[in-house]
Write a protein that binds this ligand. Structure first.
Ligand code: PLP
Length: 425
């Protein structure tokens, strides 16, 4: 069946035809491409088309698709049993690995998604402090649990939905939304409300309004304010973790959150999440403590095998400098050309992560991101698809280089971007 036929059928059985809203092409126009297989940097669609992939399953596939070591680890783990529902050795191995690779992580609990990780972190912070109020920042996305569906990024931006129906007002009443990357706003808020604030949760590099790096000073301010007021600082590193180095972004800056949420890369493409941090807080989780959290498939042996194989390879091969170099070379060349042609376009990048923004000015806030020309982005996305390049289908997302992208792949991406600037606009 072709992508079009599959999508028509999908819509009969799946709401909107997709199992996650960001997969739909609603914000760029057209129907989603159905992928039937993928290897390395290339995905093959049900129509037989090949796409050079810079979405990487929204972040987990830092080693590319079907990495041989990860697949072998999954196959051998699967042959030993898909799930035990008991304690199992890989849980201990993963916990030890994460605690040794992530600065300040003394205990860690595995879950099955990034959403569960942030949901648990927030409950834990509330239980630990005995306070209810939580601060989140506009444009940061922390998964789809009720408390975080206020002014969220990612699909909630592209869909133009500020929050979601079905979320009781009471659930979000104790959540204060502040502008991202605005030092004065958070300083002022914590000055008056710090004493009743359980947690500040933040993407230390935002990936869900496009890529926005607030920088060290802002994160240090959040750290200082939380320490001053006894508030739990939660870094949501579901995207950022293991993205720029084999550890957390906070750790690489020397700024330690009290709790850190992980997901995506640590599962190597399998469903996973984790929340970890200071023992004194983490030990409040059941059964050690009084904050309940559980999961039938938490610490699933096959997912952990994929994650451990991924982390081992990242540690062994350190692909980070190369991904960063490929991305920087591409982005600088394209940005130079965009400036020369006076196009309202630039590529924001950090390491191997990047967002093509349809505006001239650097994006440092959600308002900057929302001022981008999303209609032009839609045309651009279609142009890139025709060139065989798959980017996340939204202005408000982040694209990724993986360890398997070659110099030629980076060159193909750059050439397509330059062609867009020169003629496709
Ligand atoms: N936190 C961040 C920063 C994310 O980007 C995401 C998903 O993209 C989540 C949390 C939720 O993770 P999941 O989709 O695995 O539930």
């Amino acid at each position: 069946m072709t992508s079009q036929e599959l999508f028509e059928k999908a819509q009969k059985y799946i709401p909107g035809g997709v199992n996650s809203p960001v997969r739909s092409f609603s914000s760029v126009g057209g129907d989603p491409v159905f992928i039937s297989s993928a290897e390395g940097a290339v995905m093959t669609s049900s129509d037989g088309e090949e796409y050079l992939d810079f979405c990487g399953s929204w972040g987990p596939l830092i080693l590319g698709h079907a990495d041989p070591d990860v697949v072998a680890a999954v196959q051998s783990a699967a042959a030993e049993g898909l799930s035990f529902g008991t304690c199992s050795p890989r849980e201990v191995e993963m916990a030890e690995r994460l605690c040794s690779l992530c600065d300040g992580m003394e205990r860690v609990r595995m879950v099955t998604s990034g959403t569960e990780a942030t949901m648990t972190a927030i409950r834990l912070a509330r239980g630990f402090t005995g306070r209810e109020r939580v601060v989140k920042f506009a444009g940061c996305y922390h998964g789809h649990h009720d408390a975080m569906l206020v002014a969220a990024g990612s699909g909630l931006l592209t869909g133009g939905t500020p929050s979601s129906a079905g979320v009781p007002a009471g659930t979000t009443a104790a959540v204060s939304v502040l502008p991202y990357n605005d030092a004065a706003a958070v300083r002022e808020f914590m000055h008056s409300m710090g004493g009743e604030t359980a947690a500040i949760i933040v993407e230390p590099v935002a990936g869900n309004m496009g890529l926005v790096n607030p920088g060290k000073e802002y994160l240090q301010l959040l750290r200082d304010l939380c320490s001053e007021h006894g508030t739990v600082l939660i870094f949501d590193e579901v995207i950022a973790g293991f993205r720029q180095s084999c550890g957390t972004w906070g750790g690489s800056l020397g700024i330690l959150a009290d709790l850190t949420c992980l997901g995506k890369i640590i599962g190597g493409g399998m469903p996973i999440g984790a929340v970890g941090g200071k023992a004194v807080i983490m030990e409040r989780l059941a059964p050690a403590g009084d904050v309940y959290q559980a999961g039938t498939l938490s610490g699933n042996p096959v997912a952990l095998a994929a994650g451990l194989a991924t982390l081992n390879k990242l540690k062994r091969e350190n692909p980070y400098p190369r991904m960063a170099e490929l991305c920087r070379t591409m982005a600088e060349r394209v940005n130079f050309r965009a400036a020369e042609l006076e196009r309202p376009f630039h590529i924001a990048f950090l390491g191997g992560a990047f967002t093509p923004f349809f505006c001239s000015v650097p994006v440092t806030t959600l308002a900057d991101a929302q001022a981008c020309d999303t209609v032009a982005f839609g045309r651009f996305h279609g142009f890139m698809l025709k060139k065989g390049i798959y980017l996340p289908p939204s202005q408000f997302e982040t694209a990724f280089f993986s360890a398997v992208h070659t110099d030629d792949d980076a060159g193909r991406l750059m050439d397509a971007l330059l062609e867009w600037l020169d003629s496709g606009w």
